[in-house]
Design a protein around this ligand. Structure first.
Ligand code: BGC
Length: 394
């Protein structure tokens, strides 16, 4: 698990963002980026003591020399991730709220959450498994999104702090919950490892089911609430992506990114081509909201096959996020539905395109697309996947 791929942006061609924020009018203040002027701290754990569905909620703090993280057992959410910028100033690089009440009452963004059972969309809320039809909530009409009306982001997990740098969260999703078959026992372990946050996922089931877990952190590497991410520079290690229909369901085709705004093989500013509404995929996504097919993993003897997935650099902070995973895909979502209405930590706002998500996962709608890698989990099998989020200024 400690094998890391380190990539440098130095040699890559950088295409700078020349156009503003693309197809939609930005919310006020969204098209500029600013640096933080007030000292950044972790939220107060006392503001997370509550109970949801009779289960106690809490905030857990993980710390090492380089990183501090605050994680709540409500939705297994990363609330804060503090890392030094290029001047050594602590910077909170994920969007979140400063109290449990705000998470409960502003549910639709999935800030920092583990999403499940199925990350991203299942067409029309239907899939067949072993000849039986299952019906799910169409909470993102006409489709099912991120596990339904009450997915894993909105339930209380059992938290157990394993050490100063590690937290275990477990959840039993009962047979039939949100329409999915099988009692599913899920464990997520967050661990700080030097300059990285490692997320490990494990699960077992007592009936065949489908499963696609991911972490839905919204990043702004200049600091949460500090304006546009369009000048962040992004590289995605994918030659191909899965184009979608107008409801964001993959068509089943796997297309080359070559010659399209989806070509991030060379480091490119996120906003450089997001305004290309002549591209039907950008139009359907209202910007970037697409799954990239990660390049095949290089073989690593005796280990899970790690894939370099993406590298992003904050233009003002110099903070670099590099993501490695064993998952076959990554959903790049550019914050197209953020509109400044959610009150972030430290009085900041979640303006239009002021954060991005890079969700390592299987492809959306895989249960209905036999040509995609399978997301079926059977009794006796062990689901085990992981993602590394490395944060540095190199
Ligand atoms: C989806 C977006 C959605 C966002 C928040 C992303 O994973 O792809 O379409 O708006 O999550 O729910």
């Amino acid at each position: 698990m400690k094998k890391l791929f380190i990539f440098s942006l130095a040699s890559a061609t950088i295409v700078l963002a020349s156009c503003g924020t693309g197809s939609q009018p930005p919310a006020t203040g969204a098209d500029t980026a600013t640096t933080n002027t007030v000292p950044v701290t972790l939220p107060d754990p006392a503001a997370f003591h509550d109970s949801v569905d009779g289960q106690p909620t809490a905030l857990y703090i993980l710390k090492n020399k380089q990183i501090s993280a605050a994680i709540t057992n409500y939705g297994a959410r990363v609330v804060s991730l503090l890392v030094p910028d290029q001047k050594g100033t602590p910077t909170d690089v994920v969007l979140g709220y400063d109290s449990i009440g705000k998470y409960i009452h502003q549910p639709d963004t999935y800030f920092g959450a583990v999403v499940g059972r199925y990350g991203n969309r299942i067409a029309k809320g239907r899939f067949k498994l072993d000849g039986k039809q299952y019906t799910l909530a169409t909470n993102n009409a006409p489709n099912h999104l991120h596990g339904g009306n009450k997915g894993f982001d909105a339930v209380v997990w059992t938290g157990k702090q394993l050490s100063d740098t590690s937290l275990e969260l477990t959840y039993l999703s009962k047979d039939g919950e949100e329409g999915y078959p099988g009692n599913l026992r899920v464990t997520v372990i967050y661990t700080l490892d030097s300059d990285a946050l490692h997320v490990g996922y494990a699960a077992t089931t007592d009936k065949p089911t489908v499963l696609n877990l991911t972490n839905h952190s919204y990043f702004n590497l200049n600091g949460q609430g500090s304006g546009t991410i369009n000048n962040h520079v992004l590289q995605i290690f994918a030659d191909r992506y899965t184009p979608v229909d107008s409801t964001l369901i993959p068509t089943g085709k796997i297309d080359s990114v070559g010659g399209t705004p989806f070509d991030f093989r060379q480091a490119t500013a996120i906003g450089a081509r997001v305004g290309d509404t002549g591209n039907i995929q950008i139009k359907y996504g209202k910007g970037y909201d697409h799954n990239f097919v990660l390049d095949p993993a290089p073989p690593v003897a005796g280990a899970l096959s790690p894939r370099p997935a993406a590298i992003v650099r904050g233009d003002l902070s110099g903070i670099v996020l590099s993501i490695t995973t064993d998952q076959p895909g990554i959903q790049f979502y550019g914050g197209n539905f953020l509109n400044g209405t959610n009150p972030l930590k430290a009085g900041k706002k979640d303006d239009y395109r002021s954060a991005f998500c890079l969700e390592t996962q299987h492809y959306p709608d895989s249960p209905n697309e036999p040509s995609f890698p399978s997301t079926v989990l059977k009794p006796g099998e062990k689901y085990a996947t992981w993602t590394y989020f490395r944060l540095s200024t190199k």
